[in-house]
Design a protein around this ligand. Sequence first.
Ligand SMILES: [Zn+2]
Length: 127
Amino acid sequence: MKYALFFFKMIRKHLVILSEIKMNLNFVTNITHFLDENGAIPKKLTKEGRVIADGLGEVITCVTSGPKKSPQTDVLCWSEINNNLCAGKIDAGIDLENSNILWSCKKCGDRGSISSWENTLWDCGHR
Ligand SMILES: [Zn+2]
């Protein structure tokens, strides 16, 4: 019994630690899923959806607006950590193998890829 209680305490301590670690998320996005048939952001999009669409759109604009020396963009991370906006700076670039845009946040570790961004409202044309 003594050992059982000891192990229970060990496991419980471990679970608490695990629950405090934010799981890094990998978002695979086809950006056209955020657009209607006219290529515009639909009014019926939820607030959360709108925040993600705006963030990903800014990443597309930044990556396609001209040559850049570093992957750092001025886009602020839209993820939430314990109900607070992360606001880390997003790194992004085009994957030359499949032309997906890859992005990541150094602060919270969230990352993702964006496909089908070409010729959307955010695309500024630079490749
Ligand atoms: Zn972040």
